[in-house]
Design a protein around this ligand. Structure first.
Ligand code: 4G4
Length: 221
C-alpha cells in the first residue's frame, strides 16, 4: 500500500519512523510519501492561506496549492483522496479495514480554519473525522489513520492479533497481565495461570462484558 500525505508541516511525520509503523516502512510493506503543499504554491511569497470571504476569525488554506499538489501526486484517479476534518464521517474499525484494501490513499491535512471548499469539491473523495474534538491541524488525524490501516497490511501484525480482536467483536477487550505474578501486592488472577483454556475464555468474556457495561454501555444496546 502507498500513502501520500499533503501537509504544510511535513516534519511532523517523522513520528511515523518509530514503532510498528516505522518497521513496516523499513520492511517495504508500506510506502509513505510526504508532500509539502507549500512547494506547489504559485504565490511569489509562498503564501498558502488567506482571509475568509465573508469575514470571520483566522485564515483559510487556498485551493490552488492544494489542487496542484494533489494533481502532482495523482494525475489520474487511481487513489482514494481523503480530507481529515472535524466535519467528516467518524472513523470506525470497519472503515479502517475497508481503507486498508486500497492501493493508494492520499490524505489532505488542513490547518487554520480549514481549506477553501472548492479544493474539497474538486479533489476530495471523502471527508473523515477521527472523533468529536477539534485539533489545530489534520496531521495527527492523518497519522492516526495511517497507524490504524497499517495494522491490516500483510506481515505488519501477527494474524492472531487481528483474529483475537475480532473474537471480542463489539466488546471492549479483557484485562491483560504479564510477569511478575505479584506487583505491589496485586496478583495476577489465578484462572489465567491455571492452564484451563475453557475457564480462561469464560473469564475473559465475563470481564469484557463487565468492562463494556461500565465504560461503553452504548455498545451493548
Ligand atoms: C479541517 C477543518 C480533524 C481541518 C478545520 C482536523 C480535528 C479533526 C481542521 C480544521 C482538525 C478530527 C482547524 C478546526 C484541522 N481537528 N476530529 N483540525 N480545524 O478528525
Amino acid at each position: 500500500m502507498k500513502i501520500t500525505i499533503l501537509t504544510l508541516f511535513p516534519e511532523m511525520f517523522t513520528a511515523l519512523d518509530a514503532s510498528i509503523f516505522g518497521r513496516a516502512k523499513k520492511q517495504g510493506r508500506l510506502e509513505l510519501e510526504v508532500v509539502d503543499i507549500r512547494s506547489y504554491t504559485e504565490d511569489k511569497h509562498l503564501k498558502c492561506d488567506d482571509y475568509p470571504f465573508g469575514g470571520g476569525a483566522g485564515m483559510v488554506m487556498m485551493a490552488q496549492p492544494i489542487g496542484s499538489a494533489i494533481e502532482g501526486v495523482d494525475p489520474g484517479h487511481g487513489a482514494r483522496r481523503i480530507y481529515l476534518s472535524p466535519k467528516g464521517t467518524t472513523l470506525t474499525q470497519e472503515k479502517v479495514i475497508a481503507l486498508s484494501e486500497e492501493e493508494h490513499l492520499v490524505l489532505l491535512c488542513g490547518h487554520y480554519e480549514g481549506v477553501d471548499q472548492r479544493a474539497i469539491d474538486l479533489f476530495i473523495d471523502e471527508e473523515i473525522s477521527i472523533g468529536d474534538y477539534v485539533l489545530t491541524g489534520g496531521e495527527l488525524p492523518a497519522m492516526v489513520l495511517c497507524d490504524c490501516v497499517a495494522r491490516y497490511i500483510d506481515g505488519v501484525l501477527s494474524p492472531e492479533s487481528l483474529v483475537d480482536e475480532s473474537f471480542s467483536e463489539g466488546l471492549l477487550e479483557y484485562p491483560q497481565y504479564t510477569r511478575p505474578v505479584e506487583y505491589r501486592g496485586l496478583t495476577v488472577p489465578e484462572v489465567l495461570r491455571s492452564g484451563n483454556h475453557a475457564e480462561i475464555d469464560k473469564w475473559r468474556r465475563e470481564q469484557a462484558i463487565a468492562l463494556t457495561k461500565k465504560h461503553r454501555p452504548d455498545l451493548l444496546k
